[in-house]
Design a protein around this ligand. Structure first.
Ligand code: 13P
Length: 252
């Protein structure tokens, strides 16, 4: 049966010393959460400190991006092997902020996903429609196409290390949340595409998260939905008390 995964995406927040303090505070708060996985995806420079602080706890550490080349003249980029060696377990790929501000396309998202999987990282693959697409009624087509392009040439075996995060772009950082019904429906569309591509078992087993203004007040009803297997949380993952409430809501 698929795992529920609650992941924080810190984005460009928190220094290494703040990271250490945050994780030390969070550990006792979530120590009884055992029915879902807890992941914190943190800025590159915080990863080593985060891995050290989280050692022996039920908190796993991830990065927020990864480059698709193994090494070379790519100033400012970080490879999957670099992440792996310092203890990173997960990596976010294809976040809408990367697509929007840094020119990521489904093609580069696919390459990054493949590079991360080849290095033994687990991938949190983000996709979702923009507001105009939702308003024009083409959400299902958009997320189906993204799912297919982003997973191109990824095997069923590799897919076991992929989580999909459905993040409607209009709900990210806006305080607007998809209704539980919208989240359930669109995560269900993604699951159907996985079924088409990889078969029923893969579709049943893949974790599909919802992300976009999920917080301590709305998490429970979103997480109760059949097709919503967790959350990717931005703002509310920066406060230990809010993040704990969300993790506890998923711990059932
Ligand atoms: P917010 O929870 O701040 O809306 O961010 C969601 C997100 O982008 C997670 O990746």
């Amino acid at each position: 049966m698929r795992r529920t995964v609650i992941a924080g995406n810190w984005k460009m927040n928190m220094t290494p010393s703040q990271t250490k303090k945050f994780i030390e505070e969070l550990i006792p708060m979530v120590k009884d959460v055992n029915k879902c996985d807890i992941v914190l995806c943190v800025p590159f420079v915080d990863i080593a400190v985060a891995c050290e602080a989280a050692k022996g706890s039920n908190i796993k550490i991830g990065a927020e991006n990864v480059h698709f080349k193994e090494s070379g003249a790519y100033t400012g980029e970080i490879s999957a092997a670099m992440l792996k060696e310092i203890g990173t377990e997960y990596v976010i790929v294809g976040h809408s902020e990367r697509r929007q501000y840094f020119g990521e396309t489904d093609e580069t998202v696919n390459l990054r996903t493949k590079a991360a999987l080849a290095a033994g990282l687990k991938v949190i693959l983000c996709l979702g429609e923009v507001k105009e697409e939702r308003l024009s009624g083409i959400t299902n087509e958009v997320v189906a196409m993204q799912t297919k392009l982003d997973l191109k040439d990824i095997s069923a075996e590799e897919l076991k290390n992929v989580i999909i995060a459905y993040e409607p772009v209009w709900a990210i950082g806006t305080g607007l949340t998809a209704t539980p019904e919208q989240a359930d429906e669109t995560c269900g569309v993604i699951r159907n595409v996985i079924c088409e591509l990889y078969g029923k078992d893969a579709a049943e087993n893949i974790t599909i998260q919802y992300g976009g203004s999920m917080n301590e007040n709305n998490a429970k009803e979103l997480l109760e939905k059949e097709n919503v297997d967790g959350g990717l949380i931005g703002g509310a993952s920066l406060k230990t008390d809010k993040f704990t409430v969300i993790a506890q809501a998923a711990n059932r």
